[in-house]
Ligand binder design. Structure first.
Ligand SMILES: Cc1cc2nc3c(=O)[nH]c(=O)nc-3n(C[C@H](O)[C@H](O)[C@H](O)COP(=O)(O)O)c2cc1C
Length: 399
């Protein structure tokens, strides 16, 4: 039987909208929604808020993935500028809500909208926040929203839509009509089976990181960006803190070309913004090991520094294992850091290690762990090759 097509206006399923209205008229309890957010303070002004489920239409709905919003303050307000600040988020919430309300009402009225843009501005006197003057309002003194709407509808109808949107937008109402806000203190942190807050931007980066092969050859990194990535890499853990990785940044384009020739001509070697050769010093454990614990207490130093030598000496296999362990962990740090910053990467072992070692004058005690390219993707990675199921790779207690 042929299915009847739903009427869609402005991307909104109008038949669905009217059906929903009819159902709610019959059973108003369906209209009760409960929205939730979880927030975690990071440091200073930085917070992360996660939205992952809500209650509505009689049941709890879990979002397809948790949405994480980072908030921070700009430097002038003593933050680290890792995200928009909370009052800017209030403007974004208002913009989104008024726009959606406007578009839904337009759809219901059969008014086709081609484009809607809006600008929002709010004035705040931070003396209210700082408790410097009782007479100064703490929040926005006023908010100005200005809409540009491209539609064939007459201006009169568009103005009417704006008024309807203002009247019926939940966020506009939350802001303009006093809403009670109750803030209380929970007594304890509890272990819970609820994993909805078990998410973060790191989870996101892990899920989104892929080995990308095609990079935008025109995209370059600034020295600051490279330094930032490397300064994160050196926070990667190493056994006994021996920090045995050594990162070679290949800047010379001719050298990159030569390395590409030793890597089956893989384009990412020259086209990515950054080519790193992740090496390790096999003998880091015996080279002035006291420097790895210089900030530790005397007791810790006296115990740890000789222990390093005892652990690695005369065990070349272990020295090599340690080198590759450290390189591997630092590679993942770099790849996730790059992904979090909006870039992509590709770890690489498809090259002639001996020839590359000659090209970069690899010192005697060093080995190459892998190469790593980072840059701006030109094409997404291929679909995942096929992940093994957890049951195939996870074992409990014994094999
Ligand atoms: C140590 C290592 C070496 C790799 N070498 C190469 C390489 O030389 N060239 C390449 O195109 N991909 C290389 N890859 C990428 C893998 O093929 C890729 O990580 C794997 O297929 C899983 O895909 P995903 O990283 O997109 O999830 C390498 C990955 C690792 C971890």
């Amino acid at each position: 039987m042929a299915q009847q097509q739903s009427k869609i206006v402005n991307g909104v399923n109008v038949d669905g909208l009217f059906q929903t209205i009819d159902v709610i008229k019959e059973d108003p309890s369906i209209a009760k929604f409960n929205f939730r957010a979880k927030n975690e303070w990071v440091n200073g002004a930085e917070n992360k808020t996660t939205v992952s489920d809500f209650y509505g239409a009689g049941k709890t709905h879990v979002r397809s993935k948790p949405y994480v919003f980072t908030k921070d303050e700009p430097e002038v307000l003593l933050g680290t500028d890792h995200g928009a600040n909370p009052v800017e988020y209030a403007l974004t919430a208002l913009a989104g809500c008024v726009t959606t309300t406007l578009v839904y009402y337009a759809a219901a009225k059969g008014i086709k909208i081609n484009k809607v843009e809006s600008t929002l501005e709010g004035d705040i006197d931070i003396r209210g926040l700082l408790n410097l003057d009782e007479n100064v309002k703490v929040g926005y003194e006023s908010i100005q929203v200005n809409f540009k709407i491209d539609s064939d509808a007459p201006e009169e109808e568009l103005n009417e839509l704006i008024q309807i949107a203002k009247k019926h937008s939940p966020v506009a109402n939350t802001i303009s009509n006093a809403t009670p806000v109750n803030i209380s203190l929970s007594k304890e942190y509890k272990m819970t089976d609820d994993i909805s807050s078990f998410s973060s931007e790191t989870f996101d980066a892990i899920e989104k990181r892929r080995a990308v092969k095609h990079f935008d050859e025109n995209h370059k990194f600034t020295e600051k960006e490279i330094e930032k990535l490397l300064s994160l890499a050196v926070l990667s853990p190493t056994s006994f803190n021996i920090q045995n990785w050594r990162f070679l940044v290949v800047k010379d384009s001719k050298l990159r070309q030569k390395i590409r020739e030793c890597a089956w001509d893989q384009a990412q070697v020259t086209d990515s913004a950054l080519l790193l050769i992740l090496c390790a010093d096999l003998k880091a454990w015996e080279k002035k090991p006291q420097r790895y614990w210089k900030n530790a207490s005397k007791e810790a130093q006296d115990f740890l520094v000789p222990a390093i030598g005892n652990f690695y000496k005369e065990n070349e296999q272990l020295q090599r294992d340690e080198a590759l362990r450290s390189v591997g962990i630092s590679a993942q740090t770099l790849m996730l850091a790059a992904k979090s910053a909006g870039y992509d990467s590709c770890p690489m072992i498809g090259f002639n290690s001996q020839k590359v070692a000659e090209l970069i004058n690899l010192p005697k005690d060093f080995i190459i762990g892998m190469m790593l390219v980072i840059g701006k993707a030109k094409e997404p990675a291929n679909p995942r090759g096929g992940q093994l199921r957890l049951e195939e790779v996870v074992f409990i207690d014994r094999f």
